[in-house]
Design a protein around this ligand. Structure first.
Ligand code: ATP
Ligand code: MG
Length: 370
């Protein structure tokens, strides 16, 4: 078992202040208001979210955003899911196994319940008009603003490139184009995306002020956080496709058990739920609780003095039981590649039509319609 000393007070305080610098508490309060608005009138929302095709989706994605996507889709919110293939190149020189990873994402989406008849799944590179929004958007933010973005800083720290590329530096701006091309106003994301979304809101506001002639062209989209805006991986840092610390949806039960057995905990035997001081143990408790639809405190009380080994056993069982039907559906869909390809082809067509319409509006607003 991997153990680390219990997080000391100052470290926990630092973690809290990082979370606050990302605007987490404000976004959580806003998310509660949004949930109420969605419940009353799902038709006023258009949701856009997505993922980079850098590997299979994991439990951090699932409880951070995927579960919300399906829930909102089922509530009647119009849904767009972008596979952000160009953005793979933000932190690496070459996009490895791109077609394989894209197919994996489509499989994961279908397995969790994204329904291609109601939701548009598409790849970024197949929608050229979307990228034409980039240039005017770049003109609306300063280099100093981009420099301050804490998520870009974190992604640079974990980057595989020796030098920061222009694509990495401008990441939040292409993300603004990804969201605004379809006039998305609701973005279910994990905590790391909050600073990016703030840039999108700024760009939408400035575009409207500068070119709107009194009629806003773009909405200012809201982030929607889940109850697990930052699930930790087996090494105690953000669970991430690229950090080899993730439990994927597609992993089998044995692999899940092996990975969770090696998960980092701390040196205190008695299990308690205390996210500020015991982040690793608390993230594991939260994971079990989400799978079992319980409160993490309740799971902690049940385990108590039985310690980290018992905690890991509980989490493993909870995860494997929760994911079993998703994994079974994934294997079913994997047998029908033609369906995966058709899903993407149709999604790309729909996204292209929407992007063309928005671009025409943008060009008209900017007096560049010749
Ligand atoms: P990569 O390491 O390649 O950047 P990633 O695991 O960070 O992959 P992304 O494709 O960058 O995944 O993120 C997709 C979405 O999932 C974003 O909304 C992000 O906030 C959310 N997300 C990713 N990891 C987590 C996590 N550990 N907890 C909660 N949400 C997460
Ligand atoms: Mg990421």
């Amino acid at each position: 078992m991997n153990t680390t000393p219990q997080a000391a007070g100052p470290d926990a305080a630092a973690a809290d202040s990082v979370a606050d610098s990302l605007g987490t508490s404000a976004a959580q309060a806003r998310s509660a208001v949004l949930e109420e608005l969605i419940r009353k009138d799902p038709g006023r929302f258009r949701m856009l979210t997505g993922d980079r095709p850098t590997g299979r989706l994991h439990l951090g994605h699932y409880f951070g955003t995927l579960h919300n996507r399906v829930r909102l889709q089922d509530l009647g919110v119009e849904t767009y899911v972008i596979i952000a293939d160009y953005q793979v190149l933000t932190d690496r020189d070459v996009a490895d196994n791109l077609t394989g990873h894209v197919e994996d994402l489509v499989l994961d989406y279908l397995a969790i319940g994204v329904d291609p008849r109601r939701s548009t799944i598409f790849t970024h590179s197949a929608v050229p008009a979307l990228n034409q929004l980039m240039l005017p958007f770049l003109s609306l933010v300063s280099v100093a603003e981009l420099n301050r973005n804490p998520t870009v800083k974190d992604e640079i720290a974990h980057s595989r490139q020796s030098a920061v590329s222009g694509l990495m530096f401008t990441y939040p701006v292409h993300q603004a184009a990804d969201i605004l091309f379809c006039k998305g106003n609701l973005v279910p994301v994990g905590q790391d995306q909050l600073p990016h979304l703030e840039v999108t809101r700024t760009i939408a506001r400035r575009f409207n002020d500068r070119y709107g002639n009194g009629t806003p062209v773009f909405p200012q989209p809201d982030a929607l956080l889940s109850h697990a805006p930052l699930l930790l991986g087996t090494d105690g840092t953000k669970m991430s496709k690229s950090r080899r610390n993730a439990i994927t949806l597609a992993a089998d039960a044995d692999e899940t058990a092996r990975l969770l057995k090696g998960a980092r905990t701390d040196s205190e035997r008695h299990i308690t739920y205390d996210p500020a001081h015991r982040p690793e143990v608390s993230s594991l408790l939260l994971l079990a609780a989400l799978c079992q639809n319980r409160r993490p405190e309740e799971v902690a009380e049940e385990i108590g003095a039985a310690g980290a080994a018992a905690l890991k056993k509980t989490v493993t069982e909870a995860v494997n039981e929760y994911l079993a039907p998703i994994r079974a559906r994934r294997s079913e869909y994997a047998r029908d590649r033609a369906f995966l390809q058709r899903t993407l082809r149709e999604g790309n067509e729909r996204a292209r039509a929407v992007a063309d319409a928005t671009l025409a509006e943008v060009r008209a607003a900017m007096n560049s319609h010749y």
